[in-house]
Design a protein around this ligand. Sequence first.
Ligand code: TXA
Ligand code: MG
Length: 319
Amino acid sequence: MTLISKDINKASELLKQEELVSIPTETVYGLAGNIFSEKAIHRIFEMKKRPLYNPLIVHIHAMEQLEELSSHIPEKAKLLADAFWPGELTLVLPKDVKIPDLITANKPTVALRMPRHQLVQDLLKQIDFPIAAPSANPFGCISPTNAKRVKDYFDGDLKMVLDGGDCTSGIESTIVGFNGEKAILYRLGSISKKQIEAVIGPIAELTKSEKTPNAPGMLLKHYSPRTKTILTEDVSSILDKNPNKRIGIICLTSDLESSNSIEIEELSKSSDLNEAAKNLYEVMHRLDHLNLDLIIAKKLPNEGIGKAINDRLERASAD
Ligand code: TXA
Ligand code: MG
């Protein structure tokens, strides 16, 4: 049985014993282990069934660790860290030799993030090593935004989920990497491109062909329900093409009504995109547990965090 608890002492004991603990962050729950324990890190890959070529994010709690763990910090990285840490930002930087190659999948760079969630900050202060944590879902599946979903995925295999309640942002961190001093947006996330650009000016995005080798988490099919999912601008036409089916609909707001065969999930009754991001994964989990024939997701306004939500829905619906 996996323990769900707020006991930080217990969580830090387990981490010190090279065990894994699921941690809450403001984005999604992570599956965490000591970056210096080969045993713990192997276990992360094994438990998630994650390929070894996909590197992990290292979580820290103090600015000094940025200098300790990377060999060069571009000026723009400093500006971004000052603006968004602690928070929903991950920086990919040239790595210090201390970082084990297993964490970075033999890449010369390391992904660093300082989460804001109070429980994980307190936890990190109690241990004297950074923790590596991918999202706490089996590879390719929907990320968890509460302790129960983590337990559902790993019950029995995982000793503990540190319960920090519902994640307040709800989608993964925004990842920024560098080519020399030039910043590149690797993954859209809780912080919008516009917010990043307000701090460092225009930022390039990865082209489609660059995405896979640089950020394997950007794999086309990802964040996926088991139920077949279609992303569309036009829900009615997909409904018309699928008579007599049990269907779930994900949308920002809806003027349709739920019925016996149609389950409607509104991401935000007040059309608030931040609220929609917070609710997205839980809504996907809920619909996926209803054994429906089909999930239809309606594209959100492609602005601000709506872009990151559409990105997740696109991957969830990829073949
Ligand atoms: O919000 C988040 O970022 C959550 C919480 C738990 O911190 N974590 C998360 O981790 O989303 P994960 O492993 O699911 O996604 C990390 C992404 C992957 O796409 C991985 O390929 C990319 O970061 N990544 C990690 N290290 C990298 C590196 N050195 N270069 C390029 N991409 C890297
Ligand atoms: Mg993930």
